[in-house]
Design a protein around this ligand. Structure first.
Ligand code: 1GP
Length: 267
């Protein structure tokens, strides 16, 4: 049964993401950490990333505290590419009016209410005032968790407890969130295991994003094959440098395409 909903909740960037997932079965997003690049480098990198077929640029970093720095980087990226620029905030300082949208995220397995609903309450009026599209996202930290786990005071879900990740994701879906992010932590030595992605996929209907420690086409292939809709890479692109970033994104996207052709086979 279709229901008429009075308020239009889904904005242009989200519609674009959903369309690309429907068309391509696997979407790549590149993460740029404002603390690791200059505006000039961010502009060059994002052009290369767009040219190699990535669907969006995400901007954020776990220890980011300078709105000025974020604004400089976001402005440089936004003026360099046509694909959407989506903020990936670590705190209320992760908001910039130069972006197209923001992942409006709650760290579901934090022990600190600030990261579940506190920062969001402070941020919401700013986001509205800036006219940013807010895309609701349940953020779940698993495995090593990295710096995001420490800063966000997460209780990371062990890799051998996929049912806990799936239960968190289902609770998020019941709360109305439209995306789930399984996060292993930036630079994680082991990406989110396929079994955890698969169980989450079998449990929820919302879109699943996977990131943290995805460094190769084979890693990306495994994540998509297990049921991820979106793969995010940051560290692998940073480490490639400007000369090799185009080839690295292409390798990851090729892996994702292979994964999309073999979805759910032999996971
Ligand atoms: C971190 O999931 C993202 O929040 C990306 O992780 O830097 O390991 O690619 P990497």
């Amino acid at each position: 049964m279709d229901l008429e909903v009075g308020v239009k909740m889904v904005g242009r960037v989200e519609e674009y993401i959903i369309k690309r997932i429907e068309d391509e079965k696997a979407v790549h997003m590149a993460l740029i950490d404002p603390e690791k690049v200059t505006p000039e480098l961010a502009a060059l990198l994002s052009r290369e990333i767009e040219a190699s077929g990535s669907s969006a640029i995400m901007i954020g970093g776990t220890t980011l505290a300078s709105v000025e720095l974020l604004n400089d980087i976001t402005r440089a990226v936004k003026s360099s590419v046509k694909i959407p620029v989506i903020l990936f905030p670590n705190n209320v300082t992760g908001i910039s009016g130069y972006a197209d949208a923001i992942w409006f995220m709650s760290l579901l397995n934090s022990a600190d209410p600030y990261f579940i609903f506190g920062a969001q309450t402070l941020a919401a009026p700013i986001i509205k005032r800036l006219g940013l599209e807010a895309i609701p996202l349940g953020y779940i930290i698993v495995g090593e968790g990295g710096a995001a786990g420490v800063i966000g005071k997460a209780c990371p879900i062990p890799y051998n407890k996929p049912e806990l990740a799936a239960a968190h994701a289902l609770a998020a879906q019941f709360l109305g969130m439209r995306f789930i992010y399984l996060e292993a932590g930036s630079g994680a030595s082991r990406p989110v295991p396929p079994e955890m992605i698969k169980m989450t996929r079998e449990t929820v209907d919302v879109k699943i994003i996977v990131g943290g420690g995805i460094k190769t086409g084979a890693h990306a292939e495994r994540a998509i094959k297990a049921g991820a809709d979106i793969v995010v890479t940051g560290t692998a692109l940073e480490n490639s440098g400007i000369e090799k970033v185009r080839a690295k994104v292409a390798e990851i996207i090729e892996g994702m395409r292979r994964g999309a052709k073999n979805k759910f086979k032999g996971v």
